[in-house]
Design a protein around this ligand. Structure first.
Ligand code: ZN
Length: 193
């Protein structure tokens, strides 16, 4: 896998043609382009697929990284839920929101009613921008995964003997059913970053 700085650099450079395409190719409004770029940047620097590791993205959460600690411990590196396009992005969004939603339910009916009113008031108005935000996250995550797959293939072709071993899709994504992967949810991290 490319290092975090490589992911961030390539994703940041790619954000220029991506956002240009959203504006010129898809004819989205400037505000939707800003929402797209915000989601893309958030996914590149903070909520990226490598939160399943003690990565740059994980460290960037600062003291709030405790929030992602269960996610990191529960998911194998490059597992289906952390590194599969679109699905893993949706999973991270759900994970990000589960605690606020739980708090709203715990805080009682008055808070629930207020939250419901806010959602009904704002979500329809903000829908185009929320969609652009999520599509931006998905774009960043998908590029991340393509870089992971590309770097693995390059290692298999040009790398050392160890790196050139055959690797299937799910093994690549940390879900090999046999050998050391089958002993638990975690993979050996040091060699798979
Ligand atoms: Zn990755």
């Amino acid at each position: 896998m490319p290092m975090g700085v490589t992911h961030r650099t390539i994703n940041t450079i790619a954000s220029i043609p991506f956002t240009t395409e959203v504006y010129l190719g898809l004819h989205r409004s400037p505000l939707e382009c800003v929402a797209f770029l915000a989601g893309y940047t958030f996914a590149t620097f903070l909520m990226n697929p490598d939160l399943d590791l003690n990565s740059d993205g994980y460290q960037s959460w600062g003291f709030l990284r405790f929030y992602w600690w269960p996610y990191q411990k529960a998911l194998a590196h490059r597992s289906f839920l952390s590194h599969f396009p679109i699905i893993s992005t949706i999973f991270r969004i759900i994970y990000l929101l589960w605690l606020p939603i739980l708090l709203i339910f715990v805080l009682g009916s008055a808070v629930q009613a207020t939250a419901r009113d806010q959602v009904y008031d704002w979500v329809p108005q903000l829908a185009p921008y929320l969609i652009a935000l999520v599509v931006g996250m998905m774009g960043s995550d998908t590029l991340h995964m393509l870089l992971d797959v590309t770097s693995t293939r390059l290692k298999r072709t040009f790398g050392s003997k160890h790196e050139r071993r055959p690797e299937g899709f799910f093994e690549h994504h940390g879900e090999k059913r046999h050998s050391h992967y089958s002993r638990g949810w975690r993979t050996t991290r040091s060699s798979r970053r």
